[in-house]
Design a protein around this ligand. Structure first.
Ligand code: 5GP
Ligand code: ZN
Length: 134
């Protein structure tokens, strides 16, 4: 993907503050950090969402997430983390190359949790939804 900014970072074509790498993934600091140590983990080969990723690349990304969380925990001593993916425009995805956000959190930092992302409870019962998904 020639125009993809995260492909360029992963291929060292443009600079980024890379903090860790594995065979198939790269971790670098978000240029607009939401907190100290806010890091993005991306696959080195282009994929827009988790559905476009090979099993191997997905596992590799998640292994690197764990390593980076451990390192941030050790060196920056946060009290917690939010770890997640914005998928598609409706989910807030701005860069169309999958990335896992690792956002260190501190007690009293004023932020919320995943529960504050959206409040759009379903009209259907849990039984109906369970039937659709099982
Ligand atoms: P999204 O909304 O797609 O989940 O988030 C994209 C993230 O990528 C944002 O947090 C944004 O600050 C970060 N970002 C966008 N462009 C660049 C860039 O060129 N370099 C780095 N390091 N981060 C970027
Ligand atoms: Zn890409």
């Amino acid at each position: 993907m020639e125009e993809c900014i995260f492909c360029k970072i992963a291929n060292s074509e443009i600079p980024a503050k890379i903090i860790a790498e594995s065979e198939k993934s790269t971790a670098f600091l978000d240029v607009n950090p939401l907190s100290k140590g806010h890091t993005l983990v991306v696959p080195k080969s282009h994929a827009e969402t988790v559905l476009d990723l090979s099993e191997e690349d997905w596992c590799d990304m998640n292994r690197l997430v764990k390593d980076v969380v451990a390192r941030i925990y050790d060196r920056l001593s946060p009290d917690g983390f939010n770890i997640g993916i914005n998928m598609h425009k409706a989910g807030g995805q701005a860069v169309e190359h999958i990335h896992i956000h690792i956002i260190p959190r501190w007690q009293g930092d004023g932020g919320g949790s995943v529960h504050t992302i959206v409040h759009n409870p379903p009209q259907e019962s849990l039984e109906e939804i369970h039937a659709q998904l099982s």
